[in-house]
Ligand binder design. Sequence first.
Ligand code: ZN
Length: 184
Amino acid sequence: MNLVPSSTNSSLDSPTSGSSITNNGSGSGSASGSGSSTPTSSRYENQKRRDWNTFCQYLRNHRPPLSLALCSGSHVLEFLNYLDQFGKTKVHNHPCPFFGIPNPPAPCPCPLRQAWGSLDALIGRLRAAYEENGGRPETNPFGSRSVRIYLRDVRDYQAKARGVSYEKKRKRPKPKVTAPTTDG
Ligand SMILES: [Zn+2]
């Protein structure tokens, strides 16, 4: 008879791998918000509400004070930069020897950032939440051009720095383009 060690209880639902942008820990609970307890079914809705609360809290703490109506794309970029301090994704800088290496063999002092995928999903949720909370689509700061350009730049840079590709996988044969090397 073999005694099987209790290794069968592998936790399948690891809590929010990667994209956890939660911002709790300021004081002892919010005193406001009594009554509105709408039961949300999906995880997406919960996450969306949490993200929205985080953003509203960010606005409340903003100096100088900033209201949602005055919020522009540049403020959204500020918010995204602010979130980077909570990031968990290593993004190598240019002089780092591991720049462009997907699985670096050793640690390096490069900063941790929010992964592009997290930011992209976050902006999508906040964009929806903004309009659900009465914002007009024409003035949605999360859909502004500057935010879109920023996200694209983040994607391109992180793809290079981390040596990963964010291209969607398509069934397409890779065209073999051999760049002519100039002598030098
Ligand atoms: Zn590095």
